[in-house]
Design a protein around this ligand. Structure first.
Ligand code: MN
Length: 200
């Protein structure tokens, strides 16, 4: 069973004005679709065919550039669409307490995450990750790498991710990455992030 491009869980214009419909259309329909197709091409006929994406990434041979880039791109965007939404939901007490413990406060978390996103040189992602013991970490990773991969970033399981590739924001924000990062916090679906924290 090949990987499939998931449908967006909301309309293309649902995240406006923070993320515009045209960016969503190209980002999902072209970029994410491209990673999905190329991942399938890269694993076809290999031992990885039929494995789940988490297993592929956690056991990744980092020298396998095609699977690293396209498997990362496939997984990262699947997560990205789901942790955003027009309805921001509610953060669980459990996640709120873990954030306070790791970063002092929600604002402390927001600063750490925003800094990781703003200082990631070139293309990449910022992540909030949970470790097996429930503790949280923030990190940035280059290109389509993510912390599920061996010895990448802070380790753990990503429960929130922000794409800082220019294709994610350039149409609306041009080079103003900090404005895009600030706007992202208006479309985070905290119910979904809380669900992912709870199912670690
Ligand atoms: Mn992207």
């Amino acid at each position: 069973m090949a990987f499939e491009l998931p449908s967006l869980p909301y309309a293309l214009d649902a995240l406006e004005p923070h993320i515009d419909a045209r960016t969503m259309e190209i980002h999902h329909g072209k970029h994410h679709n491209g990673y999905t197709t190329k991942l399938n091409d890269a694993i076809e006929g290999t031992a990885l065919e039929g494995s789940g994406i988490e297993a592929i990434l956690s056991g990744l041979d980092m020298s396998n550039a095609a699977v690293r880039n396209n498997g990362g791109g496939y997984y990262n965007h699947c997560l990205f669409w789901e942790v955003m939404g027009p309805d921001q939901g509610e953060m669980s007490n459990e996640l709120s307490e873990a954030i306070n413990k790791a970063f002092g406060s929600f604002d402390g978390f927001k600063d750490a995450f925003s800094k990781a996103a703003a200082t990631q040189f070139g293309s990449g992602w910022a992540w909030l990750c949970v470790h097996k013991d429930g503790s949280l970490d923030v990190c940035g990773t280059p290109n389509q790498d993510n912390p599920l991969m061996p010895n990448v970033g802070c380790g753990g399981t990503p429960i929130l991710g922000l794409d800082v590739w220019e294709h994610a924001y350039y149409l609306n924000y041009q080079n103003r990455r900090p404005d895009y990062i600030e706007a992202f916090f208006n479309v985070v679906n905290w119910s979904e992030v809380s669900k992912r924290y709870a199912s670690r």
